[in-house]
Design a protein around this ligand. Structure first.
Ligand code: PLP
Length: 369
């Protein structure tokens, strides 16, 4: 069966069984559990929930390996770092990763004696940092600069050095890229972005093929209480059915936008792995099904970037990415990334592409006036 069809049906009710095709969310803190709790599949809302289980089945199809859902992408990131690392261990992070992951490492992980090494995503530079490492953390394409590294090559190098490999798959999603099949031990993602895709909830997950590692993640979630809400997981599961539909549209429009920006004299630089001139294009073509819904570009300085954003009438100025509505922001307003003051991160939505291009053209005209 086609992958889009499998994702559409992932975690849903079997086709021949009577009952609702899409059961509603189950809200429960306490389950009736007479006698030995081990005799019951459902005991307490921090440990199990049937709505999570259906959502996790869906995620497992998406990622190609069993998944555990968390309350947010950062809850998933924290759980994964927590189960892998102990004092004295070395973690190799991308120096251009999502900045909150680097902050978490340089504050809380360092404080418990974990050594943090940083190297850029571009050029597989993290491969040179693996000596004695316990965990190699990749993020490709990286957020917000959209640099790319070779997952299969880095996973092989990490395993040869005795390190585990985790890939933050948020910008690509499991629909466009499957790190477990490329040799990673773990894949982690924020489902707040394209997977849920409607800018209305916060969720995350980790997937791993190893049953003991999966059990450790479930145990971490139950003990730390970083659990997803049943309503959020139900909504996200509904969204999963349309992920291929949405992303195919968004990626096609993102390619058009990137090409348009690359040809515009008012744009200093465009960062999109789908452009043949992008330094990671060949790798991205090899390991991704399409190049993603985020396009970053540089408008030289803060004033031009702010003028551009103010002039947009369709595209909203907002953080995050992957939703059905196009958004854009001047990324340097948050700090934490080695980018210029005029750097824009643009998330391409599902609007008609000509409307997106028209709005961007109007913004660029205003910024160039
Ligand atoms: N990883 C990446 C690459 C992200 O972009 C984000 C959020 O922007 C996260 C992790 C954290 O996800 P959340 O905001 O759902 O906690």
């Amino acid at each position: 069966m086609h992958r889009d069809t499998l994702i559409l049906n992932a975690g849903c009710h079997p086709t021949k069984d009577p009952g609702p095709m899409v059961p509603g969310p189950q809200f429960a803190a306490t389950y009736v559990t007479p006698g030995d709790p081990a005799a019951h599949a459902l005991t307490y809302g921090r440990f199990e929930n049937p709505t999570w289980s259906m959502w996790e089945e869906g995620l497992s199809v998406l990622e190609g390996g069993p998944a555990v859902s968390f309350a947010s992408g950062m809850a998933a990131v924290s759980a994964l770092l927590g189960v892998c690392l102990k004092p004295g261990d070395v973690v190799v992070l991308p120096s251009d990763s999502y900045y909150a992951v680097r902050i978490l490492a340089s504050t809380w992980l360092k404080a418990i004696g974990v050594q943090v090494r940083l190297a850029p995503t571009r050029g597989n530079a993290q491969a040179r940092m693996l000596d004695g490492a316990r965990l190699l953390w990749l993020e490709t394409p990286s957020n917000p600069q959209l640099d790319v590294c070779d997952i299969a090559e880095l996973a092989a190098a990490a395993h040869a050095a005795g390190a585990l490999v985790a890939v933050d798959n948020t910008t690509a999603t499991g629909y466009l890229q499957q790190p477990l099949a490329l040799g990673a031990d773990y894949v982690v993602a924020s489902d707040t972005k394209a997977v849920a895709g409607h800018a209305d909830l916060v969720l995350g997950h980790v997937a791993t093929a190893d049953p003991a590692r999966l059990a450790a993640l479930r145990d971490w979630r139950g003990r730390h209480g970083a659990i997803p809400g049943p309503m959020e997981t139900w909504l996200a599961h509904r969204s999963l059915a349309t992920l291929p539909l949405r992303l195919n549209c968004q990626c096609a429009s993102a390619e058009r936008l990137a090409a348009f920006l690359a040809s515009h004299p008012g744009v200093e630089a465009v960062y999109y792995p789908g452009l043949p001139a992008h330094p990671g294009h060949t790798i991205a073509k090899k390991q991704m099904r399409a190049f993603g819904s985020v396009v970053s570009f540089d408008l030289s300085n803060r004033e031009r970037a702010e003028t551009f954003l103010r002039a947009l009438t369709l595209v909203r100025e907002a953080t995050s990415f992957g939703g059905v509505h196009s958004t854009a922001e001047r990324r340097a307003r948050w700090g934490g990334d080695a980018i210029g003051e005029g750097f824009i991160r643009f998330s391409v939505g599902c609007e008609a592409v000509d409307d997106i291009l028209g709005d961007v053209e109007g913004g660029l005209n205003a910024a160039s006036a």
